[in-house]
Ligand binder design. Sequence first.
Ligand code: ADP
Length: 502
Amino acid sequence: MHIEILTPAQPAAREWLRKPRHQLLINGQWVDPAGGQYLPTINPATGEVLAQIAAADAGDVDRAVAAARQAFDDGAWRNMVPAARARLLWRIADLIDAHIDELSELETLDQGKALYVGRWAEIPMAAEQFRFFAGMCTKVSGDTIPSSINYQPAGKRIQAYTTKEPVGVVAAITPWNSPLIMHAMKLAPALAAGCTVVLKPAEETSLTALRLAELLVEAGVPAGVVNVVTGLGSVVGAALSAHKQVDKVAFTGSTQTGRAILDGAKGNLKKVTLELGGKSPVVIMPDADLDAAIAGAANAIFFNGGQVCVAGSRLYVHRSIFDKVVGGMADIARTIRLGHGLSPDTQMGPLVSKRQADRVKAYIDQAVADGATLVCGGGQKGPAGTFIEPTIITGADPKSAIVCEEVFGPVVVVAPFDDVAEVVAAANDTEFGLAASVWTQDLSAASRLSADIRAGTVWVNCHSFWDVALPIGGFKQSGWGRESGVGAIENYLEVKTVCMVV
Ligand code: ADP
């Protein structure tokens, strides 16, 4: 498989990539990491080095946290008039929109994804996060509470109410699958609440975090309110999670790293929200609109190369339509065009790294070695070994790794079922509980399955329908808390009760 080296069409993206090194943003200044170390960031389609990003150490984390602490404690940011903060967030959204082509190209080069994924789905959604939470700035309020306390001094009254205050310094730690939207899902509610932030993007995909940071400065975000510290998760992420001056960690990533973050966070009992792994079931009932269900199930697993936390990686199909659905999915899988994400023909890019592609390939090979059937795909290709063909597997043991563990690639396991009780049990036979979808025209089946499947989101006759207004997050080991939606701002707020005798 030959992959050409392509350059961005946007002059601004080409120009930006000419910078020899990308520094850290600390207290409004672009600075070198104290140890002078940089890491290469690689285009996974070709293996070429795109840029050098700063590899921060614990001392750099201390400097960034001190800047965020100072920007929080001096009060100017958290006490800014809410309407002014709203206008600032709206400005960020407008700047993202104004730079959408450039940002999409940088995301594709760094992450590998087909251009349309960033350009038409993720980056517009990142802008919408800032608009939605801009609207929330002026709606953070508490309650006036009638008190039944009866021991106030004679002639006095009790007046009680709550206020909501920003939680403080937030460490936002984000993954490599959909970088810009992940940063926005944390930055927008944190800033709306009046928190200050240290953002640590994934080491594989830091470019759009750095470009976004420049746009935040351009929008007028004050020095120290957002700091960006790039580098290794085991160094920068670990130091942030354990830092005594950090009040909250907002994390999206693997369940295993989520556990490491909890360990780090326990020292000062910082608040933690976790958006973790998934193994989301897709259920196709016998009465479903099959064309829509087959196309939907294929998109549920192959969109963004399956590197989606809510990917529909377990497909359960009623036995009466099993062969038809598997055949239809395989027809789609075989025609998906793999290629460089910047090429307009490309429907699926490479996975983010050789390491991730090797991991996915090992899952496929193990499943086949254990006796499962490879319906299509299974190959690993490309100059850097990062492309994985869209893969469909049947006949896997329900207790095997390919069925139970998050693969995070374009690989779906398909199994038949005979009745609703059986498929509910199969769908719930997982340690995860992030999302699910159900395909049926039958109202009672839709209602029963959406009630009985234990997952944070259940889609009916659709999958991966995201909206900033809709909460997203997991039951069971898929995480703690919800992002997006009106309630997400509460992750960044503390409730204060004021009780007065007056
Ligand atoms: P993966 O294993 O697929 O790279 P992770 O969940 O480890 O995914 O990565 C998500 C984010 O967590 C990245 O920004 C990564 O650098 C960071 N990270 C990795 N290890 C740790 C750690 N021990 N503590 C905190 N953050 C970490």
